[in-house]
Design a protein around this ligand. Structure first.
Ligand SMILES: Cc1cc2nc3c(=O)[nH]c(=O)nc-3n(C[C@H](O)[C@H](O)[C@H](O)COP(=O)(O)OP(=O)(O)OC[C@H]3O[C@@H](n4cnc5c(N)ncnc54)[C@H](O)[C@@H]3O)c2cc1C
Length: 393
């Protein structure tokens, strides 16, 4: 098997599979390496769905990535006949109004206005009328983006990999990269079995394992965290089940603005819905993390978020599943050159909100690898903003 390439991508999840596709379609001789067989349930990119929107409350720098990602997914859909992005709409709701400029809702509205993204501001009556399954309080306010919705995540990754292979990209599944070794004209990747693969440029898109592979300063900077998703059954009330089936994705901020949760329409025809909230940023080790979610966690989710807010949702979870976020110190993306290995680009940990941007991140990285001009400026996500990276490793 060939072991010298223009480009090697370590990790073929959301970001790596998009990078492999974009690199292969640019004619680069490339290989993708993954320790599992993606799409799989061990990283950050499983559980059927991820919310996508273009009015990005996390920061204006993300909007071009989201806009471009939507365009790429629509193009992939046209080429394959597969549904990757369902535009169910996305509602960002703040209890008690919460439209201050520094609130998530306020920043979402500002992003929509700044980039002329189709949206509607809704008061509580309008929310309850349009979406009878949301028990909005009288002072609540929302921003509805009709072009938002959700991505079919496993299908997105499978489609990236299918098209990447069709374009000549090689996939090495079930292979773990254990070390990177700069050599003349490239980087040697050592696999767990002892084989070495050499590439002129290497992209590390290893998600929650990036710190373990790269060592310091990444091991300290990047914090893998355990997250839990819950699927709750719906009451067999036809009108509410229909509202859930036809409804939008949502991000719902509590009145105290310190907590929020999010959820999806029912994608199984009104039987269950998926909902979750962000877990505290407690560092875990992906290989030893507790992978089972207990009924107590589902009960806490229901009591703390669902009860009194989501109508027609039963308390006993149908199932729960764990997943991993990797948090950077400022919760923003970390994409850029390795401080000590100039042919290694680190491009993975997307701090819990990265799937919706992954198609454009893959394209932007491939443009850089191919020596093309950047269509989207990734400078705001550069690793050098962290003191630990700016200092010599
Ligand atoms: C519960 C939850 C909800 C989320 N909700 C949203 C949302 O609504 N919207 C949104 O946009 N984002 C959301 N996110 C975030 C989003 O899913 C992630 O940002 C994204 O999936 C990260 O992709 P990735 O490619 O960095 O990591 P992954 O998809 O985990 O890919 C990393 C890959 O690297 C491989 N790998 C690791 N180490 C090695 C090695 N040494 N050798 C070979 N292969 C290796 C792994 O097997 C894996 O396949 C959510 C995440 C979670 C967990």
């Amino acid at each position: 098997m060939a072991n010298r390439f223009d480009v090697a991508i370590i990790g073929l999840g959301a970001v790596g599979s998009a990078t492999l596709l974009q690199s292969a379609e640019r004619g680069l001789d490339c290989v993708g390496i993954d320790r599992f067989v993606p799409p799989h349930i061990w990283g950050s990119s499983h559980g059927e769905t991820r919310i996508t929107r273009r009015a990005i409350g996390e920061g204006l720098a993300y909007v071009p990535l989201a806009l471009r990602s939507h365009a790429i997914w629509r193009d992939l859909e046209a080429r394959t006949g597969r549904t990757l992005l369902t535009a169910s709409g996305c509602l960002v709701l703040a209890e008690g109004g919460g439209r201050a400029a520094d609130s998530f809702l306020g920043r979402t509205i500002a992003a929509a206005e700044r980039f002329d993204i189709d949206h509607e501001q809704l008061d509580a009556d309008a929310i309850r009328h349009r979406f009878p399954h949301f028990a909005a309080g009288d002072a609540d306010h929302g921003c509805f983006e009709p072009g938002g919705g959700y991505l079919h995540v496993e299908r997105c990754i499978a489609t990236n990999l299918m098209l990447a292979r069709a374009a000549g990209g090689l996939c090495r599944f079930g292979e773990t990269a254990v070390a990177l070794d700069p050599v003349t004209g490239g980087v040697a990747i050592e696999l767990a079995g002892g084989e070495r693969i050499t590439a002129a440029q290497v992209v590390v898109a290893a998600g929650s394992w990036a710190g373990a592979l790269l060592g310091e300063p990444f091991a300290s900077l990047l914090t893998p965290t355990r997250q839990v998703m819950h699927w709750f059954p719906l009451d067999p009330v036809p009108a509410l089940a229909a509202a859930w089936a036809d409804g939008p994705t949502f991000i719902w901020s509590h009145a105290d603005r310190t907590r929020d949760f999010y959820g999806f329409p029912s994608i199984d025809g009104g039987c269950t819905i998926k909902t979750a909230n962000e877990q505290p940023p407690v560092r875990v080790t992906p290989d030893t993390m507790h992978r089972t979610a207990g009924p107590d966690e589902a009960a806490a989710m229901y009591a703390g978020h669902v009860a009194g807010r989501l109508r027609g949702v039963r308390a006993d979870a149908a199932r729960s599943a764990t997943c991993l976020y990797t948090q950077s110190p400022d919760a923003h993306f970390a994409i850029g050159g390795h401080p000590a290995m100039d042919r290694v680009l680190v491009a993975s940990p997307c701090s819990g909100h990265g799937f919706k941007h992954s198609a454009a991140i893959g394209e932007a990285i491939a443009q850089r690898l191919a020596g093309e001009a950047d269509a989207i400026d990734l400078a705001g996500f550069a690793l050098s903003r962290f003191d630990a990276v700016a200092l010599p490793a």
